[in-house]
Design a protein around this ligand. Sequence first.
Ligand code: IPD
Length: 283
Amino acid sequence: MADPWQSAYDFAVQVARAAGAVIRKAGEDEIKVQTKSCAVDLVTQTDERVEKIIIGSLKEQFGDGSHCFIGEESVSNGQPCNLTDKPTWIIDPVDGTTNFVHGFPFVAVSIAFAVNKELEFGVVYSCLEDKMYKARKGMGAFCDDEQIQVSDVKDINKSIIISEHGTDRSIEKVTKIFSTMQKILRIPVHGLRGSGTAATNMCLVASGASEAFFEIGIHCWDIAAGVVIVREAGGIILDVDGGPFDLMSRRMMSANNDIIAKRIIKEIEIFEVLRDDAPVPSK
Ligand code: IPD
């Protein structure tokens, strides 16, 4: 049978590269910043512009109405965030908006594609580093056409673990996040890191630079592409309690292997977050 999604995959790579060029150029000018859910949840005109460019290009190419789109900024503007069986594009136009605003050099375009709720491929373009990560289900993971693989470290004491603290600054969540980090540091591990973009963090796991990245509070658009890339690089994706991963749950553990994942999971203090597909309360 002819491969139904290869052209969509190739097109996603082209679109991500073009979007990254727009982001790089926009970073040279003054960046106008607004806030979304709280004072540290930032958005810029570039996030909105790049999302429109990406979704516009995809609709032009696959615009018979059979494809759905979940984009970070569209959802912020009230569009639904439901994953159905239809072919669905899941897009973060600027992953690492805070980095982008501050000139901190990790910003990624993340584009994933799911069919029947199964992720088929993912593309993460780390546009300031000019690194193109991509993976298709069953076909391996690549960075700039070189195949990548997770690290083979099994000893937690020899690991680098990545996590982030997100944008929720409530005392309960900040306390749990830092208590978790303290416990992981004291295992001990070689180091704790965070690039400020979940998509790039997952690519660092996929390419063997880190053994695991986990976060509670991320969104489906931050991680969908990274999920395929980590899996295809030989890694695993779980829930932060060790159960099966659920893309809409806003909880994710990605790791090079089960031993590292389970050891970190023992230390994670879980807190509640609203699912991405939770019904929007009526006003
Ligand atoms: C954020 C980044 C960050 C993660 C946050 C995300 P955004 O995405 O991925 O690393 O800690 O949870 O919301 O807002 O820059 O697209």
